[in-house]
Write a protein that binds this ligand. Structure first.
Ligand code: GLU
Length: 305
């Protein structure tokens, strides 16, 4: 397995040349576009790594999966789905216009920015500090790493330049989707996006989801299977931006990517996979990361379909 993974990473390093690192959040532009790394952790706890798997990167949109999990744990499904829908959009992750034209008058799903901001506003806590602390503790638990922290530079960079997200936050407040303080919800959102991890941490999160919400190493049940299934289903239908349909056909694994170049993938009852490759395609997915997952899926027969 180690050789297989190394072979796939080595073969796809040149694919990184086809993408560009995100620069709309200025601090992200510092990433090395040629980096590519991966980690696989199987149900027996075997860890396989290759390439730049130790590089830390901000998880960005990958955080939307676990923020949704915490919001459902805090409020129950019914409350959460009053504020956010269950349908893919086919639009860019930061698109705003369907908030106005859709009759249902709520963000279409929790994996686009509008839906994620709505979901994050539902996380319980006295103030934004308590909310992000609760979320961070959950990330530490399921990635089996107590040292996970927020990258301050990326957080401040996005807070300063996140005008589109800020606009969405205020529109959602006007629509009655965000109840509390908008700046507080945005602050938690910017911080969750700036949580820093490496491929091993991401693979551990994928393994936790693959194991239906129980941490395999400790046997601790963090969420019930049903909630874990909701998260994985959103990963299939909306996890890879507006390439989710193509990804389902070509790869067939629940996955969520982020503009920091990470991809979280979870193969039910088999393995968790963490990928890092900050050169992105036009839709925001790691261009080489997609190819790595495609090869892995083919060679190990990982598609769930
Ligand atoms: N923090 C990023 C934003 O809101 C997350 C985007 C992403 O990774 O898709 O623009």
């Amino acid at each position: 397995m180690k050789d297989l993974l190394k072979g796939i990473i080595d073969k796809n390093i040149e694919v990184t040349e086809k993408g560009k690192v995100a620069d709309y959040i200025p601090a992200l532009a510092k990433a090395n576009p040629r980096d590519l790394g991966a980690c696989i952790i199987d149900m027996d706890g075997n860890i396989y790594t290759a390439g730049e798997y130790r590089k830390r990167f901000t998880i960005q949109s990958i955080s939307k999966t676990i923020a949704l999990m915490l919001a459902i744990m805090d409020n129950g499904e019914e409350e959460v789905f009053k504020k956010v829908g269950m349908e893919p959009t086919g639009d860019a992750f930061n698109s705003i216009y369907k908030l106005e034209v859709e009759e249902i008058a709520k963000p279409l799903n929790p994996m686009i920015n509008a839906g994620a901001i709505a979901v994050t506003s539902l996380i319980k806590g006295r103030d934004s500090k308590e909310k992000i602390d609760r979320l961070l503790s959950l990330f530490r638990k399921i990635s089996c790493n107590d040292n996970i922290v927020i990258n301050e530079e990326v957080y401040l960079s996005e807070k300063e330049t996140g005008n589109r997200n800020r606009a969405m936050g205020y529109l959602l407040k006007d629509m009655g989707i965000v109840d509390g303080n908008v700046e507080e919800a945005l602050d938690v959102y910017f911080k969750q996006c700036s949580i820093e991890m490496d491929c091993i941490d991401i693979a551990n999160m994928g393994l936790f989801l693959a194991n239906d919400g129980t941490i395999p190493k400790t046997g601790e049940v963090v969420v019930d299977e049903h909630i874990s299934r909701i998260i994985k289903t959103y990963m299939v239908t909306c996890g890879m931006y507006n390439s989710s349909g193509e990804f389902a056909i070509k790869v067939g694994i629940p996955a969520k990517s982020g503009v920091g170049g990470g991809i979280l993938a979870s193969v039910p009852h088999r393995m968790g996979i963490g990928i890092y490759g900050p050169a992105l395609d036009k839709r925001g997915n790691s261009v080489a990361g997609l190819r790595v997952l495609q090869s892995l899926s083919k060679q190990l027969d990982l598609s769930i379909f």
